[in-house]
Design a protein around this ligand. Structure first.
Ligand code: PLP
Length: 423
């Protein structure tokens, strides 16, 4: 039986999230049976070294023993109560301890939900309507934010989507990543109307694009001067760049932070948090409504807690960085040997090679990449047992489960593939 054909009969496009369908690289998606550590296995028992890591959450690898054991313990006591549990306090405490600007946090079930709620909160707190986002940044698929969004939307050439009323999209203003003047202009043209600026502090949904020196600092100051809130969407960067995410890494103090992916350790969790004064206008303390039947779900909390505990152990990030750098340096060395000058952006354990020469510092740069070359590269890597994201405009992630052997093998395969393509 062809599983993809079967899936397509019952699920639109055969998938529950569009990029999984291989639309931008062609061919058919592999169906996964299981994962362990750094590897995933498809239904035909082929093994792949995995650098998608469920699109970021699995920073400690697949099927981590500690997480699985904790889940087994928790599941014996039930799966959901719709009433408070101690586990929610435990995860909230860890988040407040790790993330510098978060004094209080509310758990939700996905990144999309976290961002949607954060936007509502920012609008209520400032009593303003407009939002500034950056071209190529993705903040989930809620209506206000599905405008000029990266990755899936980008891959499918749908910068916005039918079904999003113009009236909503009009309240979302678009700035250029790494261009502070573009934000200043929006503030000039919309004096006193902008509730918040939302940004991925390191963009991870148009490939990986790093903030230029001072860009985030200038953004922080600009927001403060204009009375707008700064929202850091740290759904990728949170617990990825370091324990405290991009805000700790770059020394920025956002007003609201959204979290997702790693915080759930592979289970569906999102969260938004910030200063107490802002968070306490959320219901039931304040008037801003936001709720969730399964929010704070005990299984999801348990996976998050165990993951964050592992991240808090000595040298976790140092070791991850050493490993990642070895891989990034290997890739760069391969390119040099073959006289290839493709842009390669990386920070800590996330990276992206763009099939484009010259720097990639914005969305306009990123989209100059040759996606046909990426598709060829992707399939060749996959055939040799390395799983990358099926889109040029995504990050690859290293986990603590990747071994030196995995890294060396990946560097070797990367060389073979590039040599076949360009040698
Ligand atoms: C993945 C992602 C989201 C959306 O999270 P979901 O859990 O997929 O809804 C939002 N923002 C960023 C930066 C993301 O990478």
């Amino acid at each position: 039986m062809n599983l993809f054909e079967e899936a397509k009969k019952y699920i639109p496009g055969g998938v529950n999230s569009p990029v999984r369908a291989f639309g931008s690289v062609g061919g058919e998606p592999i169906f996964i049976k299981k994962g362990k550590g750094s590897k995933i296995y498809d239904v035909n028992n082929n093994e792949y070294i995995d650098y998608v890591c469920s699109w970021g959450p699995l920073i400690v690898g697949h099927c981590n023993e500690r997480i699985v054991n904790r889940l087994k313990e928790v599941i014996n006591d039930g799966t959901s109560f719709g009433a408070p549990t101690e586990l929610e306090i435990e995860l909230a405490k860890l988040v407040v301890e790790y993330v510098p600007s978060i004094e209080m946090v509310r758990m939700v079930n996905s990144g999309t939900e976290a961002v949607m709620s954060a936007i509502r909160l920012a609008r209520a707190y400032t009593n303003r309507k407009k939002i500034v986002k950056f071209e190529g940044c993705y903040h989930g698929h809620s209506d206000s934010l599905l405008v000029k969004a990266g990755s899936g939307a980008l891959t499918f050439n749908q910068p916005s989507s039918p079904g999003v009323p113009e009236e909503f999209a009009k309240l979302t203003l678009i700035a250029e990543y790494n261009n502070i003047d573009s934000v200043k202009n929006l503030f000039l043209e919309n004096k006193g109307e902008i509730a918040a600026v939302i940004i991925e502090p390191v963009a991870g949904n148009m490939g990986v694009v790093l903030p230029k020196e001072n860009f985030l600092k200038e953004l922080e100051e600009l927001c403060k001067n204009e009375g707008a809130l700064l929202i850091f969407d740290e759904i990728i960067t949170g617990f990825r760049l370091c324990k405290g995410g991009a805000q700790e890494y770059f020394g920025i103090n956002p007003d609201i932070t959204t979290l997702g992916k790693i915080i759930g350790g592979g289970l569906p969790v999102g969260a938004y948090g910030g200063k107490k004064e802002i968070m306490e206008i959320i219901s039931p303390v304040g008037p801003v409504y936001q709720a969730g039947t399964l929010s704070g779900n005990p299984l999801a909390m348990a996976a998050g807690i165990e993951t964050l505990k592992i991240l808090g152990e000595d040298n976790f990030y140092e070791n991850l960085k050493t490993k990642s750098l070895k891989l990034w340096e290997g890739f760069k060395e391969n390119c040099k040997k073959l006289n290839l000058n493709f842009a390669f952006n990386h920070i800590e354990s996330m990276a992206c090679m763009f099939f484009k020469e010259g720097a990639v510092e914005s969305f306009a740069d990123a989209v100059k990449s040759d996606t046909k070359l990426y598709a060829e590269f992707f399939h060749k890597m996959l055939n040799k047992g390395v799983n990358l994201a099926p889109s040029q405009f995504e990050a690859m992630f290293v986990s603590s489960a990747h071994s030196d052997e995995d890294i060396e093998k990946t560097i070797q395969i990367h060389y073979e593939v590039l040599k076949e393509m360009f040698g």
